[in-house]
Design a protein around this ligand. Structure first.
Ligand code: LR7
Ligand code: MN
Length: 457
């Protein structure tokens, strides 16, 4: 990266747009100063700060005074709370640069971060380019960087953004380790895009409020409508991942539903199955966004899945074989699984818990390969039985289902584990107060009868 030469004189200039709502003083100023200190003068048109109607005192006059002495920095204020999408668009409409570079308001740009982004857009106008996102420690604010290789963005069927290692097919396509990495989705906050191309693509969905969903919506749109989404391994920007945001994020669900309704065709059902609440969420009017899709003659979601994100497993969701896996004897109890954390789905025991009908932790799919898949997450986990054990645990699913992950859900509702020749029963261990699914000799008991349900009846 250090040896890379840039054609400064011909590269486009950028407006850096930073929307903020009730951000702390130090993190906000750190962002601004780091942009000014690390961006070559010739490439930086301006820095536009958009105050999304913050109410914290330090962001009023004191901020305006602090910024007034800084060259190239402009402060715009929304006159009502807009949410990050419309706040960013306020900045975009005031921008004079040919490239828009969006940043969150708690970042630190690393030396050399800007050149690769602008160079790439100079080469290819329809490329939307992200930096590698480095970690800034939430407690100490130390710049920790990023151990290991850059990752690509994905998503799971709950429409949660996920990180993944670069797949083999992409490594083969890259001509060098400092070539851009194509990514199915982006985290959302840090990217550069040609202003003209951003407008052509329909900028953002202005029906989205506050926070969430816009990153996947924009990612699907970029790919489906003919652009490309990339990460440049030479560009690094640090970001503080806070434990808690200074605002409530309860509008995120409606935003995701808008994304699903416009871009996912029938695949949106896979999302609704895993989050039944989403189906009930009022999401407003998406007619104009569907017209945009029509006008730009964008490709369908099937194309996106097959071409851009073939690593994502597409569930079968056969009628009657997905949802809550409920026990007949215990009546109100369902399979339930709580992954150790968002990035590591396998490893724990499957338990039984009161059926709640909200999908998520109680969503399972029984596949034609005899697996019981927990496929709200990506990568997916499958119910397994370890040797000489009678409990059900989660392992990662395999290309071909291993014998210890095969269960036969029979006509009478019994759930037969092929390898051990035992049946799954709702039971208690001596040491336990809680019911759990355990392997027992097969009987006619209702505690060994299981059925799928989509909703709590
Ligand atoms: O109402 C609001 N108005 C705003 O102006 C809410 C937020 N904002 C601002 C906020 O001050 C910040 O500058 O919008 C920006 C993003 O909000 P964050 O920092 O609270 O979001 P996040 O970093 O937790 O979330 C990630 O996902 C979001 C989905 O909507 C956005 O796309 C964020 O930009 C995005 N952040 C990143 O991609 C940084 C790397 C994170 C990772 C992985
Ligand atoms: Mn952020």
């Amino acid at each position: 990266c250090r040896e890379k030469k840039y054609d400064y004189a011909n590269m486009p200039k950028t407006s850096v747009i930073i929307a903020f709502y009730n951000e702390a003083w130090s993190t906000l100023l750190r962002t601004v100063y780091s942009v000014l200190e690390t961006s070559p003068d010739i490439l930086l048109e301006e820095v536009i700060l958009v105050d999304d109607y913050s109410d914290r005192e330090h962001l009023k006059e004191r901020l305006a005074n602090e910024l007034s002495g800084l060259p190239k920095v402009r402060l715009i204020r929304a006159n009502k709370r807009e949410g990050l999408v419309r706040a960013r668009l306020l900045g975009a409409s005031a921008a004079r640069g040919n490239v828009l570079t969006f940043l969150d308001c708690h970042c630190e740009c690393h030396e050399g971060w800007l050149e690769p982004l602008l160079q790439r857009i100079h080469e290819e106008e329809s490329a939307v380019v992200c930096p590698v996102i480095d970690v800034i420690d939430w407690n100490t604010f130390e710049y920790l960087g990023n151990s290991g290789e850059p990752q690509i963005g994905g998503f799971d069927w709950r429409l949660v953004f996920t990180w993944h290692t670069v797949p083999e097919r992409e490594r083969q396509r890259m001509k060098s380790p400092i070539d851009v990495i194509r990514s199915p989705t982006m985290a959302g906050g840090l990217f550069a895009v040609s202003k003209k191309y951003f407008e052509y693509l329909g900028s953002y969905d202005t029906g989205m409020e506050v926070w969430g969903g816009e990153n996947l919506e924009f990612s699907f749109r970029i790919w489906q409508c003919g652009g490309s989404l990339e990460t440049h391994p030479c560009s690094h920007v640090g970001h503080v991942f806070p434990k808690q945001a200074p605002y409530s994020r309860n509008k995120a669900l409606a935003n995701s539903v808008r994304a699903a309704e416009v871009w996912m065709d029938d695949y949106k059902e896979l999302y609704y199955h895993r989050n039944p609440r989403a189906r009930l969420e009022p999401f407003g009017d998406v007619t104009e966004r569907r017209q945009l899709r029509e006008k730009l003659q964008c490709k369908d979601f099937k194309w996106f899945l097959e071409t851009v994100f073939p690593e994502l497993h597409v569930p079968e969701d056969r009628p009657g074989f997905f949802g809550m896996l409920q026990n007949k004897g215990l009546k109100k109890y369902c399979f339930d699984y709580n992954p150790p954390d968002e990035n590591q789905v396998a490893g724990r025991q499957v338990i039984l818990y009161l059926c709640h009908g909200l999908g998520q932790n109680q969503f399972f799919e029984y596949t034609s390969q005899y697996e019981i898949r927990y496929n709200t997450h990506h990568p997916e986990a499958c119910v397994a039985v370890e040797e000489d054990s009678d409990i059900l645990v989660m392992h990662l699913c395999k290309e071909v289902a291993p014998e210890n992950q095969k269960f036969i859900l029979q006509e009478d509702g019994s759930l037969f584990h092929k390898q051990s020749k035992k049946c799954v029963q709702a039971a208690k261990k001596e040491s336990s107060d809680n019911y759990e699914p355990l392997l027992r000799d097969c009987t006619n008991s209702d505690y060994q009868r299981w059925f799928f349900q989509e909703h709590v009846s």
